[in-house]
Write a protein that binds this ligand. Sequence first.
Ligand SMILES: Nc1ncnc2c1ncn2[C@@H]1O[C@H](COP(=O)(O)OP(=O)(O)O)[C@@H](O)[C@H]1O
Ligand SMILES: O=P(O)(O)OC[C@H]1O[C@](O)(COP(=O)(O)O)[C@@H](O)[C@@H]1O
Length: 303
Amino acid sequence: MIYTLTLNPSVDYIVEADEIQLGSLNRSSNETKLPGGKGINVSRVLRSLGVESKATGFIGGFTGKYVEEFLNREGVQTRFVNVEGDTRINVKLKAATETEINARGPEISTLSIESLKEQIKQIGNGDFLILAGSIPSSMPESIYEEIVQICKKTGAEVIVDAEGDLLKSILDYRPFLIKPNHHELGQLFNKQITNADEAIFYGKKLVESGAKNVIVSLAEKGAVYINEDDAYRAAVPQGEVKSSVGAGDSMVAGFVAQYLKTGDRKEAFRYSVASGSATAFSIGLCTPDKVEQLLQEVKIQKN
Ligand SMILES: Nc1ncnc2c1ncn2[C@@H]1O[C@H](COP(=O)(O)OP(=O)(O)O)[C@@H](O)[C@H]1O
Ligand SMILES: O=P(O)(O)OC[C@H]1O[C@](O)(COP(=O)(O)O)[C@@H](O)[C@@H]1O
């Protein structure tokens, strides 16, 4: 079974406007509310690609109820730990450029953390745990490492999509897959990463540090994939970007879905890029039709 763990889920409030001026009254041309948070997006895309998963993490308040009911309506299984505060609302402003404000998230009690850990202990050999996104500001930074240590004991494979120290802290535990974008990769090495060559160079260092598979996304400049034996680069399909929110999460889901079906890592990478672009070309997440349509346009080159 695949489990996704979103410690800090959200309601994503996507506001479209022709123009946004700070310090002025702006009026929107369209608004969309969607459940969000990285693991939750992965579960939603997996579901639409025909792969079962269980979404877990912390959920609370009226916003949490909205997220959980939305997921259940779509057929995503959930096993959240309920907390007192409201699940956060993240604001995504879409005008000529995209601006995001991601909130901090509710207080999480020690008791809630303990119940989550008890759940994680049930995830065992043959299972995957996809651990994705930020942590609510009240939680200890060590939580990712503690969860990955539990998985190491139970034998579950972990996939991590997180930034900075959260990502660094788990490399020694040999994660199955990590997917930093080029900014996040740059932060890890204190370098600016602007192209596929640089992404492959620094991505290889993450493989040397323990990651079994690394995908680095570079938005419109494509993506690279590295493991112990090979490195590939992909050019992305051309299209109109409607909202890139969830594009990275869709890449993780696309890779996992195809890898589990075929075991072919290069094809899984192609699927990953097509899924990311299919989401970028949509408001909301990709659909299987759109992914299939873009697959042929993803050109992959061995490094
Ligand atoms: N302008 C674009 N054109 C085509 N595909 C895009 C574009 N922006 C993003 N994508 C797709 O989304 C993926 C993830 O985008 P990126 O912004 O790098 O990730 P994240 O959402 O994690 O920050 C890219 O690898 C690509 O497949
Ligand atoms: O946990 P974080 O880092 O604040 O990110 C949460 C945000 O990331 C998203 O999951 C989108 O992530 P990506 O655009 O990286 O795929 C949103 O749904 C959510 O608002």
